[in-house]
Design a protein around this ligand. Structure first.
Ligand code: 4G1
Length: 241
């Protein structure tokens, strides 16, 4: 998968370029290419923004400059995503869908955002990472790169992905490691029993309990078995008292 990122702050991506699942980079499974939008300014001061038509606070990134940066990439088949608070909020389902693309062009806004005409001309999809105010689209672009990269063929093995409870729409079970006793709290006995079948059942139950207690709204869309539904009833009863 190739990511071309159009940004005013390419330096912000150094850490993610370094860490992107080390081997995936070596094996050329993932390639992150940064395009500095400022390089396409025709202005002697390298200006990339101007005041909004109609008045109001702040600055708007200019359409022609972003369009020139986009044209420098030259791939009509790439999917163009604008990270924007006006987009649909990114979900794991969306991450999985996007991971099937070969080439993504990510546009990061700044100031009050970008001129609507360049969105209408080149953007295929607007995606948001959530409802809060940010100073730019760079962190959202990194969230997208990080989440999508895990799904790219060959980066992680398929088992570890399908085993993730989040793929089925629920939270994880609690995790424990050494030491066996921490501040008088022992690791749950079952995890040392060696009884894999029981451990699996216990973990599923705890994952359901976690979800019910912390993010009950996730259960509405979760993939639940008949056994899960029975267990949920028990969990609901147990928490009443
Ligand atoms: C109105 C949040 C404005 C922000 C309403 C999530 C946020 C890009 C995202 C803003 C941005 C809300 C995102 C806001 C983002 C132009 C540059 C837009 C920064 C900008 C809820 C500022 N996911 N925000 N406006 O934050 O780019 O992708």
């Amino acid at each position: 998968m190739k990511f071309d990122v159009l940004t005013l702050f390419p330096e912000m991506f150094e850490p993610i370029k370094q860490s992107i699942i080390g081997k995936a980079k070596e094996r050329k499974l993932i390639d992150i290419n940064l395009i500095n939008i400022r390089d396409f300014s025709k202005n002697k001061h390298k200006k990339v923004d101007d005041t909004p038509y109609g008045g109001g606070a702040g600055m708007v990134m200019q359409a022609d400059i972003i369009y020139d940066a986009y044209k420098s990439i030259k791939d009509e088949n790439a999917k163009v995503i604008y990270l924007s608070p006006q987009g649909k909020v990114l979900t794991q389902q969306k991450v999985e869908e996007i991971s099937k693309e070969k080439h993504l062009i990510l546009i990061c806004g700044h100031y009050e955002g970008i001129d609507q005409r360049v969105i209408d001309k080149i953007v295929d999809e607007e995606i948001s990472i959530g409802d809060y105010v940010l100073t730019g689209g760079e962190i959202p672009a990194m969230v997208l790169i990080d989440s999508v990269s895990r799904y790219v063929e060959g980066v992680l093995n398929k088992d570890s992905i399908s085993e993730e409870s989040f793929s089925q729409g629920i939270l994880e079970y609690p995790q424990y490691t050494r030491p066996e006793v921490f501040e008088n709290q022992k690791v749950p006995e079952i995890l040392q029993s060696g009884h894999h079948e029981n451990i699996k059942k216990w973990r599923r139950y705890e994952a359901l309990r976690n979800t019910y207690l912390k993010r009950p709204e996730l259960l509405e869309k979760a993939e639940l078995t008949v056994e899960d539904k029975k267990n949920l009833e028990k969990i609901k009863n147990d928490t009443k008292c």
